[in-house]
Design a protein around this ligand. Sequence first.
Ligand code: SF4
Length: 339
Amino acid sequence: MKKIDGIVLYSGGLDSLLSAKILMDQGLSIVGLHCILPFMPEDVDVTQLKSTKLAEQINLQLKYHFCGDDYIQMLKNPPHGYGKNINPCIDCHIYFIRKAAELMNELGASFVATGEVVGQRPMSQLKHTLLHIIKETGLQGRLLRPLSAKILKPTIAEENGTVNRELLFGISGRGRSQQIGLANKFGITDYENPAGGCLFTDPNVSIRLKKLFSHSSDVSSADIYLASIGRHFMLPNFNRIIVGRFEAENDKLSDYRKHGSLFFSPEFAGPSLLAFGDLTDDDKEFCASLIAHYGKWSEHENKINVYKNEKLAEIVNAKKIEKTEIDEKIRNFMIIKEV
Ligand code: SF4
């Protein structure tokens, strides 16, 4: 296998594409590390991701890291706090750099490069922790920012001639014109928006995850993925319910049924429901009411199949309840809240 010179922290965004391309055009052998966040489905086909296709524009070879339990632990309590929603951007970035350093060591590469541009974001908080991580991960003198390198202290790779510093850039500030100019020059026509698609910046997902973290010590990647799907309810005993809003969500809930305790699937036109926790008979009755509330059923078509561990466990009937009554129950009962 060809020796790998450096790892680029890759997101699909313009700055990471440019950084990789700048280094590859020097004849360096570069691997992009793409960290996959836990809100991706567990069977995600990485070859079909938009970010993967974007890397093909510059023939960048990618390796993937699936952010698992260690990422979730950080997300639950990020040392540098959250952004506007549940986005732990500083600690997320540190996590990514740590993973890139691990890959650098694993592949025998000599540096990690990022698409960071000096002065683009307020980094004062990051600086101190980054210095610690750099030391801890063996990245001293090995963290390269190709877009801003000329205004930064040279890295070891620049000093020993592995990387030609003259072919790097000295961009700073929030403006994007120089990066757009480089994209045109390199023929990069498509890229992800900054933070585009990060569900941790979504206010609704944020509310649900914060609620989940406050009531469960065991939040999984599946829980994070499901946070963006369906209507969410939390019962007084903290059992959780997710109700599909349309067919695609019903299918996703069905795919993830093994992560819940009971999966409700009506025989009439109505939503599927995935429940978590040890459901009481009252809880099950409420589940049937919810399905009835959002579904179309009649006295003759009212059966709801309830599955446990993939097997049909029981059949319950849609409960005869007026929509106004259940609407009011949801609206007025403080114990039942959509989260
Ligand atoms: S926007 Fe999302 S992916 Fe990007 S650093 Fe913040 S938390 Fe991480």
